[in-house]
Design a protein around this ligand. Sequence first.
Ligand SMILES: O=C(O)c1ccc[n+]([C@@H]2O[C@H](COP(=O)([O-])O)[C@@H](O)[C@H]2O)c1
Ligand SMILES: Cc1cc2nc[nH]c2cc1C
Length: 341
Amino acid sequence: MHLTRDAFLASLADLPEPDDAAIAAARARQGELTKPARSLGRLEEIALFMAGWQGRGIPRLDTVQAIVFAGNHGVAARGVSAFPPAVTAQMVANFRSGGAAINALAAACGAQLSVHALDLDRPTGDIAEEPALSAAECLAALQAGADSVDAKADLVFVGEMGIANTTPAAALCAAALGGTASQWCGRGTGLDDKGVSRKVAAVEAALALHGEHCRDPFETLRRLGGREIAAMAGAILAARRHRIPVLLDGFIACASVAPFHVHAPGVLDHCLAAHRSAEGGHTRLLEAFGLDPLLDLGMRLGEGSGAAVAVQIVRSALGAHAQMATFAEAAVNAGSVAPQP
Ligand SMILES: O=C(O)c1ccc[n+]([C@@H]2O[C@H](COP(=O)([O-])O)[C@@H](O)[C@H]2O)c1
Ligand SMILES: Cc1cc2nc[nH]c2cc1C
């Protein structure tokens, strides 16, 4: 099917909800497992969350999909990254030969990794001067993201590689959620103070140019985003249509869906925040989403790396949920002690 802007926006109004019967079954099982009530804390909530989106009282984690998108950014020419744009393609080669952090971390958590390089030799427009993408380019990137999701996956996470992409990510957050450019601009790959000033100026120029045109999430994404950013949004929203739970990675992955969260609150209900990135702005963004990250490890790499580590937490939650004995099975007394007269 050929995606149109209107069809895409309309799809946001008609999204599947979690399976209440599966959540009830999972909750009942949690109550029977050999542990004091709620003693596995957040792990119990994760088991219920996974049950609801998978529609299974005992959710599974057989197929975990890690999808990394790469894109280049015209705004890089403004000196807003500590690294040159050529590093994007070089890192894609590194992903393909297995030498990047995400290769190791995807293997460690049992995820199947795919890498999608999106027109690296055609950087987006410089958002301080023009829209990042044409409507057709933005739709193509959304579609590439949606097409990358395996409808049979048990859990999906998306990551990105794109030198300078914390600048469009900051612009997307400011346009969608308000606040000043400097509140959303961090050091990215390691910018010095002068670099951060250039980044803030670029985001301010982009907001002045595009702000009044950002009337719907598609337009915000097209004007201020990028190919890998739109592809991540397309994949995260496609996962919702397939009722596949998603682990959100860092600042750029989360920023990709900020305009959609504002337009259609609840659109990220199938998502858990994997981690709190050290990138300035991510904490504010997670607060806007109302999400409490599973991990806070000082990571700020991207590539889906934080999500890959958080898969291990989900694996632990589902392992306990599926494998523990019930009080009846283990002949452990579940009764509470009656107060002594
Ligand atoms: O995931 C994050 O929170 C994150 C925070 C800072 C930087 N990054 C990665 O670094 C690149 C963007 O940083 P920059 O400084 O080039 O805008 C891009 O390739 C991201 O994957 C990622
Ligand atoms: C080396 C390097 C690896 C990355 N992975 C994700 N973003 C990155 C940015 C750089 C610079």
